[in-house]
Design a protein. Sequence first.
Length: 114
Amino acid sequence: QVQLVESGGGLVQAGGSLRLSCAASGSIFSSNTMGWYRQAPGEQQRESVAIISGSIINYRDSVKGRFTISRDIAKNTVYLQMNSLKPEDTGVYYCTITNGRSYWGQGTQVTVSS
């Protein structure tokens, strides 16, 4: 069993920054894929924002150059540094880890005002 706890969301003006954290506990290995998804207001689907798997990192095009995902293996924590935030970045951000199956955190709200 894996538990994920996100933190760091909030309200910020456009152009501002936030740093999300996701602490994982349970059966976790450094080889597990971790990442961040978000669900925009009114949308049913969650979209991938940034995924890290070993040394491979993938970002959705709209956040490239603005967001940075990183991982502290010793702390079992993954971070998402979000700079130059835009109103369209608003949504609930979810942390996920995959170790045979996918686990999700409870989500943290990010609101970017114009």
